[in-house]
Design a protein around this ligand. Structure first.
Ligand code: SF4
Length: 65
């Protein structure tokens, strides 16, 4: 089951464009509805999601560019 935020998740678009896709998309966005994704957890809670936040909870500064 896909994450419900697939269509408008900014980081998901970056994954696709930067070819890092399969690791994140298959591991998080298209797995268990994205429930293991730290971005989704924040969003579900109505909190702001930093653009640099990866699904695994780490930050990647280059995502801000
Ligand atoms: S799983 Fe995470 S990174 Fe993937 S679309 Fe959902 S919120 Fe975005």
């Amino acid at each position: 089951m896909d994450c419900p935020y697939l269509d408008n998740c900014p980081i998901f678009a970056k994954f696709r464009s930067e070819g890092m896709a399969n690791i994140w998309i298959n591991g998080y966005c298209k797995k268990d509805g994205g429930r293991n994704c730290e971005r989704k957890k924040l969003r579900d809670a109505g909190k702001e999601v930093p653009i640099t936040l990866l699904p695994n909870g780490k930050h990647l500064a280059s995502l801000a560019k």
